[in-house]
Design a protein around this ligand. Structure first.
Ligand SMILES: Nc1nc2c(c(=O)[nH]1)N[C@H]1C(S)=C(S)[C@@H](COP(=O)(O)O)O[C@H]1N2
Ligand SMILES: [Mo]
Length: 516
């Protein structure tokens, strides 16, 4: 009970001072940062976008078990329980301290947790002891005689007594209070009305992306629609609580190896020429055949123009960017300065301001590079530096410094183990080779000859392209495979690689059955 009160108190105080200082979330975030990569990968694979609720739920279970164990240990003396409450408090303090984005006011939250935890525990414990050990004098001697003369009996747990009732009432009240405090903390965390800030923004790009031509997808044959809706766009990040940054509070500094530092406000940014570009974004954690690839119309400002204005000093080869929650990313300067690159500081997706979980108010996008080296969400800082001098978040955890998206293709129809009718069957899927362009996709059935698939109308070389092919299926079990060739003449390798360090490779194989 006291641990719940402690966490709730911390969450409440954090709600007031700094959302990222919530001890519960800080422990969760630190757990994410310290998780060895294979485990994190497993979590993303197994739980997909539910990985965060699963983590928080798991933490709640572990904390409850620790609290129950401490309670059992404390039946005789308050010391073990108080020590556990204090240790949890110190752990929370350390976790909050380890968050790169929490200011000193934020430290109030775990301190509140620690004090409330130990205090409430001590208080409830003394009530419980009084309840159990209450000595009821039995009036077998005259009133006024000395207590030593009175025989006593102990009121046990199973004897309803005033003390016990008081203990139960008090701990129930503490539980209810903890619930209210946690809810209030959640409410105050949400007090920064980021949705109102989003709603007040109207983006009118100076140049629109060309309309998506009919024939850009084969959705009727099982591919995704060409443009992914904002709600369906894949989401990958390390943020347990989505950062809430209002556009009017947003500032970004471009500094480091530059001739002139720039500080931008949101109004400065959207006052510049706004362009709309259709771009396919992809995550390095995407397995062969995986879902972490989506396409949208990003609206933003040319990052190249901004860097030209700041003046990149010779020798700087990495742009290190940082999000408001402390995540970092390193992007090759040459990929941004390439005159054909559509590297953006993006403010919108599909005509709307960025959804909060996709980086509102401002994120980065560089076509052709995996998201972890290019797509910083909730962006607040950009420093021109070198690959030699700075390792960002994922590089410190064993991932590649440079990570261009690998030429890849995926089968969307048939699904694995699907049963389809024999005879004429249209298989379909997608392929991507951002910034190079897809030249052809080939498909083979049961390791037979490669057959060239029909490609959808190309939108631009930074987006995915759909394919479909007509097959004649004999009855029985089949395997279908696909491979893409890009405009550089490179054909997707069949060599299998794990996502770490620089992206998965290999041909997808789908096993399915044709039935008469
Ligand atoms: N602040 C922040 N930005 C981030 C990340 C993150 O963890 N934190 N993850 C990156 C990764 S790995 C990818 S693939 C893309 C995903 O962007 P999306 O969630 O909008 O699809 O965001 C990138 N930007
Ligand atoms: Mo990613």
């Amino acid at each position: 009970m006291s641990v719940a009160a402690a966490l709730a108190a911390g969450h409440l105080v954090a709600g007031f001072v700094e959302p990222f200082a919530s001890p519960f979330l800080a422990v969760g975030n630190t757990a994410i940062d310290l998780t060895p990569h294979p485990v994190k990968d497993f979590a993303i694979r197994t739980f997909g976008e539910d990985d965060k609720p699963v983590l928080l739920g798991g933490m709640a279970v572990v904390i409850t078990l620790v609290a129950v164990a401490a309670g059992l240990l404390s039946r005789r003396s308050a010391v073990p329980g108080a020590v556990v409450a204090a240790l949890l408090g110190v752990l929370a303090f350390a976790a909050v301290l380890a968050r790169p984005s929490v200011g000193s006011a934020g430290l109030l939250a775990p301190v509140a947790s620690l004090l409330v935890g130990v205090g409430v525990f001590w208080w409830l414990h003394s009530l419980a002891r009084r309840a159990r050990g209450a000595r009821t004098p039995i009036q077998d001697s005259a009133p006024g005689s000395t207590p030593e003369g009175a025989s006593t009996r102990t009121v046990d747990w199973d004897v309803p007594g005033l003390g016990r009732r008081r203990f139960l009432v008090t701990s129930t009240a503490v539980a209810a209070g903890a619930g209210v405090a946690a809810a209030a903390g959640q409410l105050f965390t949400g007090r920064v009305d980021v949705e109102a800030s989003r709603r007040s923004i109207r983006l009118s790009p100076d140049s629109l992306a060309p309309p998506i031509p009919a024939g850009a997808d084969f959705a009727g044959d099982g591919t995704p629609g060409f443009i992914t809706s904002n709600a369906d766009f894949y989401r990958v990040d390390t943020a347990l609580s989505v950062p809430r940054l209002r556009a009017q509070d947003w500032r970004m500094r471009i500094h480091g190896m530059v001739d002139r530092e720039l500080v931008l406000t949101y109004d400065d940014l959207i006052g510049r020429p706004l362009v709309e570009k259709t771009i396919t974004l992809c995550c390095v954690s995407n397995e062969v055949g995986g879902p972490y690839v989506s396409t949208t119309n990003f609206i933003g400002v040319s990052l190249r123009d901004l860097l030209l204005e700041a003046g990149v000093r010779p020798g700087s080869d990495q742009l290190a960017t940082r999000s408001v929650d402390g995540w970092t990313c390193g992007t090759p300067v040459e990929a941004i300065m390439d005159p054909n690159s559509d590297a953006l500081l993006a403010v919108g997706m599909n005509g709307e301001p960025l959804p909060v979980e996709h980086g509102f108010p401002v994120r980065m996008v560089v076509p052709g590079l995996y998201g972890f080296v290019s797509a910083t969400k909730w962006l607040v800082d950009a420093e021109l530096t070198t690959f030699e001098a700075f390792d960002p978040y994922w590089v410190r955890r064993g991932w590649a410094q440079r990570a261009p998206i690998k030429t890849m293709s995926r089968v969307d129809r048939p699904k694995g183990f699907e049963e389809v009718p024999v005879g004429r069957f249209v298989a379909a899927g997608i392929a991507w080779a951002q910034h190079t362009g897809v030249d052809k996709v080939e498909v083979r059935l049961d390791e037979g000859p490669w057959q060239q698939a029909e490609l959808s109308t190309e939108v631009n070389i930074d987006t995915w392209r759909m394919w479909r092919v007509e097959l004649d299926l004999p009855p029985g079990s089949h395997t279908i495979q696909c491979r893409a060739t890009d405009r550089s003449g490179y054909t997707q390798t069949d060599e299998r690689a794990e996502p770490i360090p620089d992206g998965a490779s290999g041909w997808q194989s789908i096993v399915f059955t044709a039935q008469a």
